[in-house]
Write a protein that binds this ligand. Structure first.
Ligand code: CDP
Ligand code: CDP
Length: 226
């Protein structure tokens, strides 16, 4: 049996996708691909170049000349944009609050999906995002859709900010997360949606370890071992 499977993890903002995806990838010695980081990297470059984020063709002109690499390191995954480390630059609130506009465009998504599929072509991958189970890896052996209440998700981001010593406003976070979820779920192209064959996990009252355990159970089941 081929034991290099693909695991798709989707869900709304701050549901815990990247945290658990990284741990699952590590446990299985698989590669982890953060697709949100790719949309963030393009958004960062577009903002830096003062490109109109509504202008699909202008975004495509940039994207076609842009290299985005996800490189593992001792500090975790690093994101390189045209050879430069932008791991922290792509997490600012300016990028976070603009990325859903950039990710709405059909041509942008087509190019991103094609790059994501080429990263994953040999299997042994854990990929997280919004459309992985529905569009990027429709044949993934394990598909998970993570949920949590918006209150819990805002609180998670808030605690993260406080831990890092960043200023944080819980109510504002809640509003920003709700708006991003709305834009991501209501867009025409590949909206945020649970794949029919995905397992839904409500993580509101689960610890990270419990979520990881559920995904590992599904994976072991699919791979035909205990
Ligand atoms: O980590 P967080 O939930 O804040 O977001 P992310 O995974 O970094 O994704 C940032 C944004 O990229 C999302 O809000 C979507 O607009 C977009 N995205 C997408 O459209 N499709 C994906 N597969 C991944 C992200
Ligand atoms: O990738 P996504 O935006 O879905 O979420 P994340 O960045 O992985 O997780 C957001 C925060 O929630 C992190 O600080 C996690 O440590 C935390 N978290 C949690 O407290 N409980 C969980 N069951 C999952 C994540």
């Amino acid at each position: 049996m081929n034991n290099q499977i693909s695991i798709a993890i989707d869900g709304p903002a701050a549901a815990g996708k990247s945290t658990v995806a990284k741990i699952v990838a590590e446990k299985l010695s698989y590669i982890y691909i953060d697709t949100g980081a790719m949309y963030r990297a393009l958004t960062y470059k577009a903002i830096s170049n003062k490109v109109d984020l509504e202008d699909e063709q202008a975004l495509m002109n940039i994207l076609n000349e842009t290299s985005i690499e996800l490189l593992p390191s001792e500090k975790g995954q690093l994101i390189y944009l045209d050879g430069e480390d932008v791991t922290n630059d792509i997490r600012t609130s300016e990028v976070t609050n603009s990325v859903s506009i950039v990710s709405m465009h059909r041509l942008v998504r087509e190019e991103m999906v094609s790059r994501q599929q080429s990263f994953a072509h040999s299997g042994g991958v854990v990929m997280d995002g919004r459309d992985i189970g529905t569009h990027v890896l429709p044949n993934a052996e394990v598909k998970v859709f993570l949920l949590a209440s918006v209150e819990e998700r805002a609180l998670r981001r808030h605690n993260e900010n406080i831990q890092k010593g960043f200023p944080s406003d819980l109510e504002k976070l809640k509003e920003e997360i709700s708006l991003r979820d709305k834009l991501d779920s209501e867009r025409e192209v590949a909206p945020l949606k649970k794949a029919e064959d995905a397992e839904e996990i409500d993580t509101t009252s689960l610890t990270i370890e419990q979520v990881v355990e559920k995904i590992m159970d599904l994976t072991n089941e699919r791979m035909g071992r205990d």
